[in-house]
Write a protein that binds this ligand. Structure first.
Ligand code: AMP
Length: 539
């Protein structure tokens, strides 16, 4: 090796926080309290509180490498934990508050969480399972009501601990290869699996989020993650916002459309990020009760496919720029973004929305390929569908405590996403399905995602999910489960509408009308539940 190389400067999260303290001490982080005011404090206070938190963790016996659970909505306490736990050398394990009890117990025991920090309003979800948690030594509660009865063993109060903690502390994240967070996948199949993120991966991911090629967050931005902090590290936005001193606004629990609309308007939010279900709800709210949301410069959407019709509605009716992105917990999570390139200059609106509805180009740091069943690489011609495989600076190498297997990893070092996609000659990806959700009819693939998106662009349909149902003649046929916007939606009219977009054999044989599509813990349509409902004759 040549001598005289640059500094060996580790990619650790303390540098993000130190930079914010120096450069942006007066900028603020805000949390909207449920039915209450917006609390706010400065990055300088944030910094001091994280030092205290590290001392609290140490006093509780948390050592480098230990896992510390969070069970919380979005709030500045939760952002303190996002930094404090890794800066104390430990691993921030964000627990998904919407998981069923058996999965929560499984995850907490599997991760061996030592302490769990819990939001007061969520205590009732932990109380019934507390006795099954084998490794948890303390529960630390924040944001609880003064008179709230809490029945958790070894219970401590966050603010009381913080008040008596010291403000001097030497960060303990000394190596970029240390783990900083542990996120379990939302588990649409089987038990959730853990993804252990390193400091190095998250710092590099942060640079990506800050780059114009992704979201280009700057100090001028007011960033509102509506993606829960328990979903894939809120897509990295808390780290990116801190690094450049952007104002952070954490919405109140439950993410109700009217509350979100009010907060966007009052806080002049410039970047808001969430799953399509959230933006679908907000759109209908804004139609009913118009508000000034012209402050939004980027409405980031990911987690599932954003229906093209909804992109068009936001841009045409509300003048809101939609930025569609694809990611996975396994990618920390950003993988691709669908902003327009120079080659799209001069396109008409319809063609622009077609492109924005794709999942877009791979961001720098993530390499991708599509392959056939035999693992042979397929062409990027915009038509050939294949399994999407990725590798890169922030891609999972193996699941936590599970040896890499062929179902998820290839021998030559790629992660198998389980998504099926086409990629066009410009490198724009279009996800056609999950491998497990495709409908195979008479030997031909039908994309459930394409059908859903088109159904949701019909004016009478609020939500649509398409699942495969067994069929003697064809193998499988599509069944559309819809939530109509008005009573008496006509199946023939919907199929006529689909016929304008797809070949006849794609049209659903049947429609089931439901009051709501079941959702996973992170707000995606839960087809596992729909398939079970179908099997039980409930559709
Ligand atoms: P999760 O780890 O829970 O975020 O789930 C990741 C999966 O969500 C991906 O493998 C995709 O199947 C799906 N997904 C995420 N973003 C998108 C998107 N923009 N369009 C379609 N599917 C998406």
């Amino acid at each position: 090796m040549l001598h005289g190389l640059m500094m060996d400067f580790p990619l650790t999260l303390d540098h993000i926080l130190e930079h914010a303290r120096r450069m942006y001490p007066k900028k603020t982080i805000k949390t909207k309290l449920p039915d209450g005011p917006v609390r706010e404090y400065s990055y300088a206070q944030f910094y001091a509180r994280i030092k205290r938190l590290c001392n609290v963790l140490e006093a509780l016996g948390v050592a480098p490498g230990d896992r510390v659970g969070t069970f919380a909505w979005n709030s500045f306490e939760h952002v303190e934990l996002y930094f404090g736990v890794p800066l104390a050398g430990a691993v921030c394990h964000t627990l998904n508050i919407r998981l069923p009890q058996d999965q929560l117990v499984y995850i907490i025991n599997h991760a061996e969480d030592k302490v769990i920090f819990v939001d007061g309003s969520l205590v009732p979800l932990l109380e019934p399972i507390a006795h099954q948690l084998e490794t948890v030594e303390y529960f630390v509660v924040f944001n609880a009501r003064d008179d709230q009865p809490i029945n958790l063993p070894n219970l401590l109060q966050y603010e009381a601990l913080m008040a008596s903690a010291d403000e001097s502390y030497t960060w303990r994240c000394t190596d970029e290869k240390m783990a900083m967070a542990l996120c379990y996948t939302s588990g649409t199949t089987g038990m959730p699996k853990g993804v252990l993120i390193s400091h190095r991966a998250m710092v590099l991911h942060t640079f990506c989020v800050l780059a114009g090629v992704a979201f280009g967050v700057t100090e001028r931005d007011v960033v509102m993650p509506v993606v829960p902090q328990f979903h894939a590290m809120a897509w990295g936005l808390p780290y990116a916002s801190t690094y450049v001193g952007a104002t952070m606004v954490m919405p109140e629990p439950h993410f109700k459309p009217d509350a979100l609309a009010k907060l966007i308007e009052s806080e002049r939010v410039t970047i808001a990020a969430g799953v399509p279900t959230i933006w679908n709800g907000l759109y209908h709210e804004l139609r009913r009760n118009p508000r000034d949301v012209s402050c939004i410069e980027q409405l980031i959407v990911g987690g599932s496919a954003m229906p093209r019709g909804l992109i068009e509605a936001y841009e045409k009716e509300l003048g809101v720029n939609v930025v569609h992105a694809w990611g996975m917990t396994e990618l920390s999570p950003i993988g691709s973004v669908s902003k327009l390139g120079a080659q799209h200059d001069g396109l008409d609106d319809d063609s622009r929305w077609d492109i924005k509805a794709m999942q877009g180009y791979f961001v720098p740091g993530v390499e991708a390929r599509i392959v056939d069943h035999a693992g042979k690489e397929l062409p990027w011609d915009g038509e050939t569908m294949g399994e999407l495989q990725v590798r890169g600076f922030w891609v999972v190498g193996q699941y936590y405590k599970i040896e890499p297997d062929h179902e998820h990893f290839t021998d030559d070092g790629w992660f198998r996403t389980g998504d099926v996609a086409t990629v066009d000659a410009d490198g724009y990806m279009n996800i056609t399905d999950r491998t497990k959700d495709l409908v195979k009819s008479g030997g031909e693939w039908i994309s459930s995602v394409d059908l859903e998106n088109t159904l949701m662009s019909h004016p009478d349909v609020l939500e649509a999910a398409v699942i495969a149902t067994p069929n003697e003649r064809w193998g499988e046929r599509p069944l559309a489960v819809i939530v109509p916007l008005k009573a008496g939606v006509d199946q023939t009219a919907l199929n006529d509408y689909l016929l304008g977009h797809f070949p006849k054999f794609w049209l659903p044989d049947d429609y089931a009308v439901v009051g709501a599509i079941p959702k996973t813990g992170v707000g995606k349509m839960d087809k596992k539940v729909l398939r079970a409902m179908y099997a039980e004759g409930a559709l």
